[in-house]
Design a binder for this molecule. Structure first.
Ligand code: SAM
Length: 255
């Protein structure tokens, strides 16, 4: 039996890691870390962020097993339909699964997978490890440690509740925002934004945040029609400062 711990490590600030997560970080024998730096020789900023986090919370040098992140098909003309997009993600997961299997087979002791934010939101580590478990080559015991999500940090930074009293909250990706609007959703958290297109939503309110919990954090809030240029400008500024940008926002149609 091999114990595999999927550990949510928050959205960037090493202070935003729970005590349960720190205990888990200290207990595992090694960390499996996916590394995107193989693509074009650029260092992967999230690998560096994870290293800083381990440096902060471990009392010994961590054993890091780097796994090259397989190239994922992202060309718009190859991922335009939902079927094409799903097939591209399925291929990518299959390659990641093979890489994880190799890493786990070649190392002894409990393994830790550091997951950005919380493992339950837009992250496939649990799914991929479960499919590895189902294949049966490895006898895995999965254990999930929750983390603070970028969703929570967005709310905390703007000092808001994400929904009105007793009302619903819809969470989706930038790619699926138009579907949420067509369904009539009027209180929506949007993640995984390649571009931000809010045409027709000028009267809505937006609470936007980028690189939350890091030195390049940026926040903008207001009426969409008023603040979109400020968001575009802040996005460019954050990308220039950090070399990467991850942003998330709450959109609400005001009564
Ligand atoms: C692959 S998803 C992972 C989400 C993560 N599991 C969580 O709980 O926050 C990545 C997306 O989460 C959001 N995100 C993650 N970290 C962020 C941060 N520090 N600041 C702003 N958005 C962030 C962005 O929308 C980004 O595109």
């Amino acid at each position: 039996m091999k114990r595999v711990r999927v550990i949510g490590v928050g959205p960037g600030d090493p202070d935003q890691v729970t005590i349960e997560a720190v205990t888990a970080l200290r207990e595992v024998a090694y960390f499996v870390v996916t590394d995107k730096s193989g693509r074009g020789g650029m260092p992967d900023p999230l690998v560096n962020a994870r290293e800083r986090l381990l440096d902060r919370h471990l009392e010994r040098a961590p054993v890091i097993v780097r796994v090259d992140d397989p190239e994922r098909e992202r060309r718009p003309d190859r991922t335009a339909t939902q079927d094409e997009y799903d097939a591209a993600v399925a291929r990518w997961h299959e390659e990641r699964r093979a890489a994880y299997e190799e890493a786990l087979l070649s190392h002894d002791g409990d393994a830790g997978f550091l997951v950005w934010g919380d493992p339950a939101f837009y992250d496939s580590t649990i799914r991929i490890l479960q499919s590895l478990q189902a294949r049966g080559r490895l006898d895995l015991q999965l254990d999930v440690v929750p983390g603070i999500s970028s969703i929570q940090l967005l709310a905390a930074r703007h000092r808001i509740v994400l929904h009105e009293v007793g009302q619903a909250l819809h969470v989706t990706s930038g790619r699926r925002l138009h579907e949420a609007l067509a369904q009539g959703q009027d209180n929506i958290v949007v993640m995984l934004n390649r571009v931000i297109e809010l045409d027709g939503l000028e009267e809505w309110s937006i609470w936007w945040g980028a690189n939350l919990g890091t030195a390049s954090e940026a926040l903008v809030a207001g009426r969409v029609g008023d603040v979109l240029p400020a968001i575009d400008e802040a996005r460019d500024r954050v990308r220039a400062a950090a070399g990467w940008v991850m942003d998330i926002f709450l959109l609400r149609r005001e009564a």
